[in-house]
Structure formats: C-alpha cells, structure tokens
Design a protein. Structure first.
Ligand code: HEC
Ligand code: HEC
Ligand code: HEC
Ligand code: HEC
Ligand code: HEC
Ligand code: HEC
Ligand code: HEC
Length: 260
C-alpha cells in the first residue's frame, strides 16, 4: 500500500515536471503521457464538455483525476477529460455524438497504463487479475469519472472495498456465523488486487501473513503460543491455512477456529 502511495507521488512529480517543461520541451511531456490523438482537433478544456455532459463533469471535479485539474489548456492534456478522450474541438464543433471525433477508451486498459506504469507492472506479476488476458478490465473495479475510486460507490471505505470484490467473489464476502475479524480491515489486508508474486495474489506467502496480527509468543519451555494455544508442533513447514488447521480464512459457519 505504501509503495502505491509513493509511486503515485512520483508520478505526480513527473506530471508536474512535464507541465513545467511543456512549452519549452514537448518531448518530455510526450515521454510521460501522450493523450490520444484526433486528427485536426485541438484541446478545449473541461468547461466546454460541461455544456453537454453535465452529469459526468459534475462528479468528475471530486475524482482523483479531476482534483488534479486546473482550468487551463495545458492541464487539459494532462488530467482533464481530454487526457483520456483526446482533444475535443471537432467533437464539439459537430455538436457531439457517439463515434464522432472523440475517443471512448471503453474497457481498454492501455489508456490507463499510459500514466499508471507501475500498475501495468503489477498486472504482469505471476498471480494477477486477468486484465492482461482481456478477461477483465480496470473500469470493472474503478470508476474513471467518480469521486469514489472504487465501484460501487457510497458507504464506508472498507465496506465499499469488500463490496467491490464481492461483486464477483460472493463466496469469500458472504456473512457467516464465525466471522474472521481480519476481513473488517478489507480484502486488501491479505490480497494485492492488481497482482502479486505470491499465489492467490497474497501479500505474503508464508505465516507472516497471519502473524502480523496474531502475535507468536515463545514461552519458557521453547513452546510457541499463538492465541491461547500451543502451536509448537503445528506450524512447521506449512502455512496456517494449508496445514489443515485454518483453511476457512474468510470465516466459517461451523468452526470458531476457522477449521472448516
Ligand atoms: C454540444 C454538446 C457536446 C459537447 C460540448 C461535448 N459532447 Fe461529448 N457527446 C455529446 C453527445 C450528444 C454524445 C452522444 C452520447 C450521449 O448522449 O451521451 C457525446 C458522446 C461523447 C462520448 C462517447 C463517445 C462514444 O463514441 O461512445 C465521449 C467520450 C464524449 N462525448 C466526450 C466529450 C468530451 C471529453 C467533451 C469536451 C471536450 C465533450 N464530449 C463535449 C455531446 C457533446
Ligand atoms: C481517467 C480517464 C478518463 C477521464 C479523465 C475522463 N474519462 Fe470519460 N471515460 C473514460 C473511460 C475509461 C470510459 C469508458 C467507461 C466504460 O466503458 O465503462 C469513459 C466514458 C465516457 C463517456 C461515455 C459514457 C457512455 O455512456 O458510454 C463520456 C460521455 C465521457 N466519458 C465523458 C467524460 C468527460 C466529460 C470527462 C471530464 C469531465 C471525462 N469523461 C473524463 C475515461 C476517462
Ligand atoms: C493523463 C494521465 C492519467 C491517465 C490516462 C489515467 N490516470 Fe489515473 N491518475 C492520474 C493522476 C495524476 C492521478 C492522481 C494521483 C494522486 O492523487 O495520487 C491518478 C489517480 C488515479 C487513481 C486513484 C489513486 C489514489 O491513490 O487515490 C485511480 C484508481 C486511477 N487513477 C485509475 C485510473 C484508470 C482506471 C485509468 C484509465 C481509465 C486512469 N487512471 C488513467 C493520471 C492518469
Ligand atoms: C479487481 C479489482 C481491480 C482491478 C481490476 C483494478 N484495480 Fe486498481 N485498485 C483496486 C483496489 C482495491 C485498489 C486499492 C484501493 C484502496 O486502497 O482504497 C486499487 C488501487 C489503484 C490505484 C491507486 C494505487 C496505485 O496502485 O497506484 C491505481 C492508480 C489503480 N488502482 C489503477 C488501476 C488500473 C489502471 C487498472 C487497470 C489496468 C486497475 N487499477 C485495475 C482494485 C482493482
Ligand atoms: C469483475 C469481477 C471481479 C472483481 C470485482 C474482483 N475479482 Fe478477483 N477474480 C476475478 C476473476 C475473473 C479471477 C480469476 C479467476 C480465474 O482465473 O479462474 C479472480 C481471481 C481472484 C483471486 C484468486 C487468484 C488465484 O490465483 O486463484 C483472488 C484472491 C481475488 N480474485 C481477489 C479479489 C479481490 C481482493 C477483489 C477486490 C479488490 C476482487 N478479487 C475483485 C474477478 C473479479
Ligand atoms: C486474513 C487474510 C485474508 C483476507 C482478509 C482475505 N483473504 Fe482471500 N484468501 C486468503 C488466503 C490465505 C487465501 C488462500 C487460500 C488457499 O490457499 O486455498 C485466500 C484465497 C482467496 C481467493 C481464492 C479462492 C480459491 O479457492 O482459490 C479469493 C477469490 C479470495 N481469497 C477473495 C477474498 C475476498 C473477496 C476478500 C474480502 C472479502 C478476502 N479474500 C479477504 C486470505 C485472506
Ligand atoms: C488484520 C489482522 C488479522 C490478520 C492479518 C489475520 N487475522 Fe485472524 N483474527 C484477527 C482478529 C482481530 C481475530 C479475533 C480476535 C482473536 O481471536 O484474536 C482473529 C481471529 C482468528 C481466528 C479465531 C481465533 C480462535 O479463537 O480460534 C483464527 C483461527 C485466525 N484468526 C486465523 C488467521 C489466519 C490463519 C490468518 C492468516 C491467513 C489470520 N488469522 C490473519 C485478525 C487478523
């Protein structure tokens, strides 16, 4: 999670840099981001789009992309509507319309990778959501226009995050008799949603995944205690969830110890 913040900050830095050098050195800008091209069209800025796309423009202002935008033609290329949809002058001249001089990126992740290079790298890791295979796309999880980066929007951040995953993974997010409290901190406590080097997109491949919350205590006689019970002979070799002990990490209807 920290890495993400840092890379976003680095990217912001890069964009700022591009902005600074835009007039004197356009190649720098193009190396960082190249908005889609539309022959003969020029950039017009978000205000012009608002005339016809009121609903989108209204919510866009509070989105992560929109927050970065300033009403200025140079910024239009970097974080405005046109950074994803291409320069809009011709679309506007003809009175708008589908397929009329404007790019609809649709489900194509390529339009996002342009700026989110680090996300592209994450989707190339061994275990990942099948975006690279075109069986899934960014906008199934993210709203490109809205104030909430996750779909569906509304509600508390963590609940919403789990709900977003539950759209497709009902089994892991369904209510159970014996909840695992870890899920209250969100699915991303244990999973990296874009991709990971570990199987099942796990943040860690070994018992540290669990031990970061369940302190492991060494008692006097060389015993290893986790929770209230002696785990000395239990945690050798395999993981807490594959050793046959706590396979129901997402919660259980039968076992308070997540045994079944
Ligand atoms: C004069 C009105 C008008 C203006 C101004 C306008 N549009 Fe549109 N646009 C439309 C209409 C009408 C459609 C057809 C779909 C609809 O009704 O939402 C459309 C469709 C689109 C589509 C979907 C295209 C497709 O092929 O699916 C995009 C993307 C779009 N506009 C972006 C923009 C952007 C970005 C701006 C500002 C640069 C803008 N529009 C300005 C009227 C306009
Ligand atoms: C971060 C990239 C990005 C930005 C910035 C962005 N859009 Fe979009 N827009 C998309 C994507 C991706 C889609 C296609 C979504 C889909 O198919 O689910 C889309 C779809 C649309 C559509 C078509 C909706 C439909 O009914 O098919 C319109 C109209 C539109 N955007 C207008 C705008 C306007 C106006 C702005 C600025 C206020 C804007 N967009 C900013 C990425 C962006
Ligand atoms: C023109 C460059 C550009 C494009 C294209 C672009 N983004 Fe972004 N994106 C940004 C910037 C700049 C930010 C703000 C970074 C920040 O606030 O930390 C951002 C932020 C985000 C965030 C929120 C990050 C956070 O930490 O809150 C998400 C999610 C996101 N973008 C998804 C997408 C998706 C999905 C697409 C494709 C539909 C896309 N982006 C296309 C530049 C871009
Ligand atoms: C399976 C759902 C899912 C898919 C598919 C997905 N994301 Fe994400 N993404 C998330 C979640 C969850 C977060 C973390 C949100 C949080 O911490 O609140 C996130 C965070 C982000 C962020 C901010 C943090 C970072 O990593 O920089 C960006 C940018 C982003 N996603 C872009 C994308 C792009 C671009 C795509 C498509 C190539 C994509 N995402 C596909 C679920 C998804
Ligand atoms: C739009 C549907 C969709 C959403 C939303 C979604 N996933 Fe997935 N998820 C998939 C698909 C498709 C697969 C791949 C299944 C396959 O390959 O058979 C998958 C696989 C997984 C896997 C197993 C990977 C493996 O190696 O077996 C995990 C873990 C996972 N998703 C977690 C999440 C989390 C956490 C979220 C929320 C941030 C989420 N998913 C949101 C569709 C989705
Ligand atoms: C406490 C850590 C933890 C949390 C929180 C967590 N998971 Fe998992 N998840 C795991 C582990 C460990 C596995 C691997 C199980 C295995 O190897 O069979 C897994 C596997 C999965 C799988 C693959 C299932 C399969 O049979 O291959 C999916 C899908 C999944 N989780 C979705 C989610 C979703 C959705 C959430 C949030 C509602 C979530 N997980 C929260 C630890 C967690
Ligand atoms: C984000 C913190 C967190 C993570 C990560 C986490 N747990 Fe938990 N877990 C809790 C909390 C909180 C409880 C409820 C309080 C307690 O019993 O310690 C709990 C309860 C449990 C219980 C029931 C305790 C009992 O009475 O038997 C088991 C079993 C368990 N966790 C196993 C795991 C396993 C296995 C993993 C790794 C896949 C894991 N936990 C990861 C926070 C976490």
């Amino acid at each position: 999670m920290n890495n993400w913040r840092i890379s976003a900050a680095v990217m912001l830095g890069a964009l700022g840099f591009a902005g600074l050098f835009l007039s004197s050195c356009s190649t720098v800008n193009r190396a960082v981001i190249a908005p889609p091209e539309i022959e003969g069209a020029t950039f017009v800025g978000n205000k012009v789009c608002a005339d016809c796309h009121t609903n989108i423009t209204r919510v866009f202002a509070a989105s992560p992309h929109g927050r970065y935008y300033k009403e200025d033609l140079e910024w239009a290329k970097m974080s405005g509507c046109e950074s994803c949809h291409g320069p809009g002058s011709k679309h506007v001249q003809v009175g708008g319309g589908r397929g009329r001089f404007i790019v609809n990126p649709g489900k194509d992740p390529q339009s996002c990778y342009q700026c989110h290079l680090e996300v592209h790298a994450e989707f190339n890791l061994p275990s990942h959501h099948p975006v690279t295979e075109f069986r899934m796309n960014c906008v199934q999880c993210h709203d490109p226009h809205g104030h909430d980066i996750m779909k569906p929007s509304g509600g508390l951040a963590m609940a919403r995050l789990n709900e977003s995953c539950a759209q497709c993974h009902r089994e892991q997010a369904k209510p159970v008799v014996f909840e695992h409290e870890a899920l209250r901190e969100g699915c991303t406590t244990c999973h990296q949603p874009h991709g990971s080097i570990n199987r099942k997109m796990l943040i860690q491949a070994d018992n540290n995944l669990c031990l970061k919350c369940h302190a492991q205590v060494q008692s006097g006689a060389g015993q290893v205690v986790i929770g209230k019970s002696d785990h000395t002979t239990r945690i050798r070799g395999r993981t807490c969830w594959t050793a046959g002990c706590h396979p129901s990490v997402h919660g259980s209807n039968i076992s308070p110890h997540l045994h079944y």
